[in-house]
Design a binder for this molecule. Sequence first.
Ligand code: ADP
Ligand code: MG
Length: 623
Amino acid sequence: MADIIQLLPDHVANQIAAGEVVQRPASVVKELLENAIDAGADTIKLIIKDAGKTLVQVIDNGKGMSPTDARLSFSRHATSKIRNAEDLFQLHTKGFRGEALASIAAIAHVELKTKQPDDEVGTCLVIEGSDVASQEVVVTPTGTSVSVKNLFFNIPARRNFLKSDAVELRHVTDEFHRVALAHPSISFAMYNNGSESFNLPVSNYRQRIVNIFGNKTNEKLVPVDEDTEVLKISGFVGKPEFAKKTRGEQYFFVNNRFIKSAYLNHAIASAFEGLLKSGTHASYFLNLDVDPQTIDINIHPTKTEIKFDDEHTLYALLRSAVKHSLGQFNIAPVIDFEHDPSLDTPYNYKNNQAKAPKIEVDSNFNPFKTETKFSGSSTRQTASFKPTPNDWDSLYVGMESKGNDSEEHSETDFSELQFESEEETTSMFGSDQPVETGSSTYQLHNKYIVSTIKSGMLLIDQQRAHQRILYEEFLKNITIKEATSQQLLFPLQLHFSSQDIEVVRQLKSDLEHTGFVFSKVDDGEVEITGVPVGVPESEVSIVLEQLISDVENEVPDSHFSATDLMAKSMAKSLAIKTGQTLKSDEQEYLVNKLFACKEPNMSPANRTAFITMSVDELDKKFM
Ligand code: ADP
Ligand code: MG
């Protein structure tokens, strides 16, 4: 048989390599910014059009390239940064694989302008899908400008895989943040569709963080500084009370390179143990300086994963450094924590063997609770959870609900489900019966609500049921646009990063239909003067943060799904949670409202909201 193996032509090999290096516009942003840094630039501009799909341009004032180097830079494995494999362990540059420009040129239209400081004129090179279209002498400032246009123009499948502009822009912005955070001594600017999104002057690290995430960030930061033989840790962690529902602001940099490490993330989380509200994540901006010999960066084409020689020690050091800082800055007693006198003495761990700060946590504490504890149980006021009569049911005609407290109905038909009349719940166990007199429901393990129905029994998951109720309610309000809002005595100010503000702006009108009233959505600040009836003021920030993170993780394209996503997200934030004790009227309210829903069977996330068990089934169990 004839030989069949062939060497792939360069442009094909480059296209394949591009698949690894370039997944989306943000990958181009990363590679170009890193090249600019490696070129020694102290001013770098990023220009984006249509979230980078149409244009990604990076302009730097670095050392530029000679005409020959300019041409060569687009060949595969062409790099000025390493000469042999040993250099991989002495890296002081971002790049080293020499494949970024070659990969990018294989799948886009690229224009490079570059000039070295001592030259009068520079070079302009145009490359389209790996082919050099032109190379000319141009007048251009010292440094390099690379424009990458029409990404994936020759791979339609890849182009179609790109997400909406909002999602791609989010990735681009993330990448910009990562690079800008790692290099506060370089000034960065970013322009999106002609307007300036960020202007970050040269500054110290703290100011850089504040310039990116907004002025209010300053007061949230706790410095972390630890110098050991193995590594140097510097940077900041966010105070626990500002922890967010989203994982957004978590940054590790190893030798100025952003990396992802779930393991090291865990080290930080464990340092925060007992200090965070459940479901929230600490922010951190931490730089680890290690000997380049002790790490391997070359395990992933995008270089965001690193192999450490001794990750275990790193974990321990990181954890204790963060703990020390939290202790030293007396961060603990934010809310209901017991006062721990050991935290009063400034921590000087170099000279004495002080114990790590120990914090007593009241496990019954519920930060969302609006009333004080009563009869050993805690409740909280949640959206529409009070049995307040409203005209909500009218939309779901044909599904009569069991009456509210104010009205008495002896028995109501919930399609197939027939509730027993109340008298029948009294049992032979008399006083052992935990159900309050006159109640037809019983709460099990602060998680399920048990109720009797004609055919047997009903077991409702309280959290999922409430999510369903709220979801349909929000959906209705957004759709028919007539929610009532409750005016706040004092406007509520919330602070967000500029990209989060952008999301709020997009959702503003839908949010208004649910009952929110905004007096300002601008300059990193959202000011709210009204909230939907029943939504406690204390939960507004959680609702919005959750919503922003849900939207950012999945931006739907059609309006219908945007509305749906919002209703789901708000229902998720506001629903009563597993573990919450419910009074009997609250339990009944939940049952009634659930069966007044259009689709009571499922939570908005399509999880079973209740199950039934017939007397027959029960009988079988007793056979
Ligand atoms: P790598 O960065 O891994 O070396 P790249 O494909 O990103 O590979 O770049 C190839 C080479 O082109 C670099 O090694 C560098 O010499 C040169 N280069 C790329 N971008 C710039 C720039 N902005 N300024 C100066 N030189 C650059
Ligand atoms: Mg590079």
